[in-house]
Write a protein that binds this ligand. Structure first.
Ligand code: ADP
Ligand code: ADP
Ligand code: ZN
Length: 217
């Protein structure tokens, strides 16, 4: 049986940080729609160019675009033990499309992990975030600093601040989350898939809680 997971939570909750290590530990593919959009933007593909305006403002990219991108990713998936969807789905419509795609593939979700954290902690996490230009690993100036300033521990790539980690775009992203993504908690709870993880503790504590939650499944 494959381990097919969705990581759900507000921007800055630590989904990307945990997805990187969890995917490595369990041999899963890590599908981050944010990273995919940023990659498309860097390569100036049609998807990247259309997504840019939304991302810069902290708004969600239209559902069809996100769904199509994830569909291609899942269909092209190689030989892995499963997947982590990080930052997808973000709306009920995306969740319903994903449901349809996964039933066609006869691959139901194993669990949806909810990263639980108070809003008040998110701005500081996001405005202090440093992201690797090459492998997207997130660091934090104070909470999770790289060994060498400005350099990625994982690949020695250059660390930079994302264009949408400004206080203004962060405000818009939090409000998009509350309006459009938070209803997914009920959606997955109703389906018996939701498991909560306390995301307010240090990185290692969250990793341990995540492992316990997955073992319980
Ligand atoms: P964070 O993890 O900090 O919340 P992401 O890297 O996941 O941010 O996403 C960055 C931006 O990419 C979002 O603000 C949005 O514009 C776009 N995006 C990412 N995933 C989706 C999605 N599933 N649906 C629509 N837009 C998305
Ligand atoms: P998300 O993908 O949910 O938007 P990230 O994994 O990118 O979140 O983390 C957001 C920021 O918070 C990054 O700067 C990261 O280094 C930092 N961070 C992640 N997990 C923790 C944690 N448990 N405690 C403190 N800071 C964290
Ligand atoms: Zn890197």
């Amino acid at each position: 049986m494959s381990l097919d997971l969705v990581f759900l939570g507000p921007p800055g909750a630590g989904k990307g940080t945990q997805a990187k290590t969890c995917a490595e530990r369990h041999g899963l593919s890590h599908v981050s729609t944010g990273d995919l959009f940023r990659q498309n933007l860097k390569e100036e593909t049609p998807v990247g160019l259309m997504a840019r305006g939304f991302m810069d403002k902290g708004l969600l990219v239209p559902d069809e675009v996100a769904c199509q991108m994830v569909r291609e990713c899942l269909e092209g998936e190689g030989d892995t033990e499963g997947f982590i969807l990080d930052g997808f789905p973000r709306t009920i419509a995306q969740a319903e499309t994903l449901d349809g795609d996964l039933s066609r593939m006869q691959r139901p979700l194993t669990a949806v992990v909810s990263f639980e954290i108070a809003d008040g902690m998110l701005t500081e996490r996001l405005t202090g975030r440093l992201t690797c230009r090459d492998c997207s690993t997130p660091f934090h100036v104070a909470f999770n600093p790289p060994e060498q300033e400005g350099v990625c521990d994982a690949c020695a790539g250059e660390l930079c601040t994302r264009d949408d980690d400004t206080e203004q775009a962060v405000g818009a992203r939090l409000s998009e989350y509350r309006d459009k993504s938070a209803p997914l908690l009920d959606f997955y709870e109703t389906r018996g898939l939701l498991c909560g993880v306390d995301a307010a503790q240090p990185v290692d504590g969250v990793s341990a809680a995540l492992e316990r939650a997955l073992e319980d499944r």
